[in-house]
Design a protein around this ligand. Structure first.
Ligand SMILES: Nc1ncnc2c1ncn2[C@@H]1O[C@H](COP(=O)(O)OP(=O)(O)O)[C@@H](O)[C@H]1O
Ligand SMILES: [Mg+2]
Length: 255
């Protein structure tokens, strides 16, 4: 589904990624882990078109997207959440998800403003679908709350609901358990399994080793911009180079 080949990214003097290659197969949950500063978010930014790589190529569903803009990549079916949640803070929970849906449909905002009949019909449909996404995350009865008034865990859920509302084929989550307690983290894992069961492929960046080990079918490990390992969780967990990388950054493998 997604193929990165020899991707290098340099920021003034710093090589954040060095010839990284990896694939995401359709219908899997793939993990990307690595210590802080390893280049994980940079890789996501390249996949989603925030900036192009310095060298190398990205191919999504057979199309070269290396230099495509974020809107075009989103339209091809990639949606993401951010390490720091990017919600429309002063809009309601429902409005946040509806904006995700709008993105997907032909209803331009001006048409909704003019209240053209087809736009109204579409608005109703979007509203209903958005409520379904909220329901999936247990947020339907909080639909009229202001987004940034929700506890952190629910803001994370809301961001995923909004990303899902664009009907992606590939959903990318950047450190989704940040700010979640242990119980919420477990619940979140089950929600991700539910998303996979709907036929959506997932790529998940995490810091939290235990979470990712229980979640993923396959894991790639970055360290200082280099892919140092890739394989099923069991293999990764016992890989000396991975343990070394994590201990080297004073992070616990079992945490
Ligand atoms: N837009 C940017 N401009 C300059 N340096 C950046 C930028 N984004 C990331 N970096 C640098 O690239 C390296 C990798 O960062 P990042 O991809 O955020 O790591 P991770 O997500 O694995 O913690 C870091 O040294 C970071 O400071
Ligand atoms: Mg990051």
């Amino acid at each position: 589904m997604l193929q990165l080949s020899d991707v290098t990214k340099r920021f003034a003097g710093l090589e954040a990624l060095s010839r990284v290659s990896f694939n995401v197969e359709e219908s899997v949950i793939k993990g990307l882990i690595g210590p802080n500063g390893a280049g994980k978010t940079t890789l996501f930014n390249i996949i989603t078109g925030v900036f192009p790589p310095t060298e190398g190529t990205v191919v999504f569903l057979g199309k070269d997207t290396t230099r495509d803009r974020p809107e075009d990549i989103a339209r091809l079916g990639i949606s993401r959440t951010f390490q720091q949640t990017h919600l429309f803070k002063s809009l309601t929970v429902l409005e946040n998800v509806m904006l995700g849906r709008h993105y997907r449909t032909k209803a331009e905002f001006f048409a909704c403003g003019l209240r053209l009949p087809w736009a109204r019909r579409e608005e109703k449909r979007i509203r209903e679908q958005s409520l379904e996404y909220l329901d999936m995350f247990g947020l339907a009865d909080k639909k009229d709350r202001i987004a940034n008034k929700l506890p952190m865990g629910e803001q994370r859920y809301l961001e995923v609901a909004r990303a899902l509302a664009t009907e992606p084929k590939l959903l990318i989550l950047d450190e989704p358990t940040t700010g979640l307690n242990e119980y919420e983290t477990e619940e979140f894992r089950d929600l991700i399994f539910g998303i996979r069961d709907k036929g959506i492929t997932l790529l998940v960046i995490e810091h939290h080793m235990k979470f990712i080990m229980e979640l993923c079918d396959e894991i790639a490990v970055l360290n200082f911009g280099v892919r140092i390992a890739e394989g099923p969780p069991k293999e990764i967990q016992s890989s000396p180079v991975v343990i070394e990388a994590y201990l080297g950054s004073e992070e616990k493998v079992d945490h």
